[in-house]
Design a protein around this ligand. Sequence first.
Ligand code: GRF
Length: 183
Amino acid sequence: MSSADCRVVVLISGGGSNLQALIDQANNYQVSAVFSNKAEAFGLERAKNHNIPSHCLRLKDYPGRGAFDLALADAIDAYEPDLVVLAGYMLILSSEFVTRYHQRLLNIHPSLLPKFKGLNTYQRALEAGEHWHGSSVHFVIPELDAGPIVMQAKTPIEASDDVVSLSARVQALEHKLYPKVVG
Ligand code: GRF
């Protein structure tokens, strides 16, 4: 890591296995701070373990969505990030927030976009009889899971697959994909 490295702020809501991969494989970038909208998100512990500043901003602590998004963006900007990276952040961000980080906001979504936007992607891919599933890193635009795709990783769906086996395989791919794209 050097002072010239790209500064990355990561937003999470849960376990943070992608955050961990981003920290462990940081190359040409540094994870400057982590924000969660859930106090119990294990990803906050992961950040603390690496002495990375971590913060919890909860929607319910603000008078409304506009005030929340503004407070979140101001807190993020204190770290002067080059990139803001969503890694399992489960709140849909307002178009004002997305516009503020135009071309600096990335998300990882567990499907081969444009297929299976939204939730329960593993179940839906299995039910649809897909032959392949995977994950996509894309720029965020106001429309959900619809921004320009940067890179994808995919795996064949086996006849024996269920949500558990398929998600484990895709998540292993994500842990290589996201650090590569951010780097
Ligand atoms: C990932 O599978 C990602 O594709 C989706 O949320 C999940 C986050 O998992 N957006 P984790 O918290 O990084 O383990």
